[in-house]
Design a protein around this ligand. Structure first.
Ligand code: ATP
Length: 247
């Protein structure tokens, strides 16, 4: 079998008394789009932060194309792009300055215009980061995650806070990433069903299902992914975009 893009085995992470990640094992194949689906506080962000080397697991192992995210930091930076929920960027730099700053970290970066087009920020190129809307800031952070042509991209809450049109356009952009391995943290069923080859359902820090959407639905014996999620976790997902989508 080929080397996996991501191989996580029995990851565990605690914050004080909170067991954020109890036991997460995942294998993501190169080129695959894996969704991580779970309710608030399920442990999704902590899981991807351990994959990205931003947090050290208390126990367990993770590799990204064979690299240890903590030990092989410099090498990992060349293969992994991360967009986290809250981007912390230099507020006073403009969109194009930030894009070019990030491009400068890599030997063969994507062209500036390609990045701006991908997230539809071409007309905001001279706007300072702190003058962008929340959705624009989020789109910029996705462009920055893709600047170095990473082999693996982690996107945490790709479209949360985006309006319905921006959401659909972002999906189209992600669908154009055919070479990359993508880990997409989400609590939106429609997003996961459209974009992901397989889905890991995480509940209370554990993987309770890891399969294609169709496989998860079949095993749960439900009509759709949403009902399967409820059957697996006993919890409902929030629907922050529903009202907007109906508009
Ligand atoms: N830095 C931290 N310090 C203390 N507790 C934390 C910290 N980060 C997360 N937690 C707790 O760990 C648990 C898992 O959090 P995590 O952010 O990984 O979940 P999540 O599934 O990404 O949630 P969300 O969908 O709300 O982003 C939660 O109970 C959260 O409150």
């Amino acid at each position: 079998m080929n080397e996996p893009a991501i191989h996580a085995e029995h990851l565990q992470k605690r914050y004080g008394d909170t067991l954020a990640v109890a036991d997460v094992s995942l294998r993501v194949e190169p080129g695959e789009v894996l969704g991580i689906l779970g309710t608030n506080g399920a442990g999704k962000t902590t899981t991807v932060e351990m994959i990205a080397g931003l947090r050290t697991p208390d126990s367990g192992q993770v590799t990204v194309f064979g690299l240890d995210p903590r030990r092989d930091r410099a090498a990992l930076r060349q293969v992994l792009g991360v967009q986290l929920q809250k981007a912390q960027l230099h507020d006073t730099l403009t969109v194009v300055e930030l894009v070019n700053l990030y491009r400068s970290f890599y030997p063969d970066p994507r062209p500036t215009d390609e990045l701006l087009d991908l997230v539809e920020l071409g007309s905001q190129r001279r706007t300072r980061f702190d003058k962008l809307s929340g959705g624009q800031q989020q789109r910029l952070s996705i462009a920055l995650a893709l600047a170095g042509r990473p082999r693996v991209v982690i996107l945490d809450e790709l479209t949360t806070g985006l309006d319905p049109r921006a959401r659909r356009r972002m999906w189209t952009s992600i669908e154009s990433l055919t070479e990359e391995t993508v880990v997409l943290v989400s609590h939106a069923m429609d997003e996961v069903e459209r974009l992901c080859d397989r889905v890991a359902v995480i509940d209370a820090g554990r993987v309770v299902a890891l399969d294609t959407c169709a496989g998860i639905i079949r095993r749960a014996g439900t009509a759709g992914l949403e009902d399967a999620f409820v059957a697996l976790t006993g919890k409902e997902l929030e629907h922050e975009n529903d009202e907007e989508n109906a508009a």
